[in-house]
Design a protein around this ligand. Structure first.
Ligand code: NCD
Length: 306
């Protein structure tokens, strides 16, 4: 069944993922019609800060010949500042555009938006919920190095609030041979709903605070930042900040063929001295965002069989 909205990684089936990745490969090699979405309009409505997600979506739309209307600080620059509800904003913007890319601070906001919108809604991050298009580009990056889905992924950081962690975990759970090791302070462990899902899908996963143990086992090292904006007080945040850091000493401990990823932005979790190591893939990962988002826009808006 064709998806109308992209809200959660739980919507994705293997066949869908395969077709998006094939399309992304084709786009990456330059084989695509640069005007295929001419006359179509994408609205990007961002209520939380973003660099990669918004720019890569906008770049993707424009590379396909479409155009963009945008508000990058919607609480300040849209009618939200006057007190308009997200519901009303979505009703209006969906009559001005052919697809809406929404980032919001409230969990479930894109689900609400999808229920009101006349056009497809793409969840570009809903609070501490999900970030499904990030998960697709993450998996695409992983598969560019590991061709068969039989490896160990370690995810590090604020696993409770990190929406990229949630979406990537749901996606990985489609592949029964993949093992996951979650590394976090106990208070920032994965949410219960995700844990129940992983148990139900019988994925081999472990939760630990032992960073070194996990690093030695890892094929994919997925580092994330502590999600400062989700903490009630600065002190709460400070308790966890700087706990798990990847630096030059880490490079001695990890497998020679492992890869280091990060959805970015990084604060201090990966030292800049790691960037030149061939295993550091995070900038390539961010670049892949454009190809994946082009493939997704074609899927949602392109002519049939695209
Ligand atoms: C992430 C996000 O916004 O969830 N960034 C991104 O989209 N690449 C990760 C983060 O902010 O920590």
């Amino acid at each position: 069944m064709k998806l109308k909205h992209i809200i959660s990684s739980k919507q994705f089936e293997k066949s869908f993922i395969r077709s998006i990745f094939e399309k992304a490969d084709q786009i990456k090699s330059g084989r695509y019609n640069k005007n295929i979405l001419a006359g179509r309009i994408m609205a990007t409505l961002f209520y939380e800060p973003s660099t990669r997600t918004r720019f890569s979506f906008e770049s993707a739309m424009q590379r396909l010949g479409g155009s963009v209307i945008s508000t990058e600080n919607a609480y300040q620059f849209s009618s939200a500042a006057k007190g308009e509800t997200i519901e009303d904003t979505i009703r209006i913007v969906s009559s001005y555009s052919d697809v809406i890319v929404l980032r919001h601070d409230t969990l479930g906001a894109s689900q609400v938006a999808a229920s009101l919108s006349k056009v497809p809604v793409i969840n570009a991050g809903d609070g501490n919920g999900e970030h499904p298009t990030q998960a697709l580009l993450d998996l695409y990056t992983i598969f560019s190095k590991f061709k068969t889905p039989d490896f160990t992924v370690i995810m590090i950081g604020d696993l409770l609030n990190g929406r990229t962690i949630h979406s990537l975990s749901y996606l990985l759970s489609l592949y029964p041979k993949i093992k996951i090791i979650f590394v976090s302070p106990k208070a920032l462990a994965i949410p219960k709903t995700l844990k129940s899902h992983l148990i139900a899908t019988k994925i081999d996963f472990t939760e630990t605070e032992d960073f070194d143990f996990a690093l030695k086992k890892a094929d994919v090292i997925y580092q994330t930042r502590i999600q400062k904006e989700r903490f009630k007080t600065k002190n709460d945040y400070k308790k966890y900040f700087g706990r798990f850091i990847i630096d030059e000493s880490t490079l001695q401990k990890i497998k020679p063929r492992s890869i280091i990823m990060h959805p970015l932005p990084r604060i201090n979790e990966i030292a800049p001295s790691v960037d030149s190591d061939p295993r550091a893939l995070y900038f390539q990962q961010a670049a892949n965002g454009v190809y994946i988002r082009m493939a997704l826009l074609l899927y949602l808006l392109g002519p049939k069989n695209q």
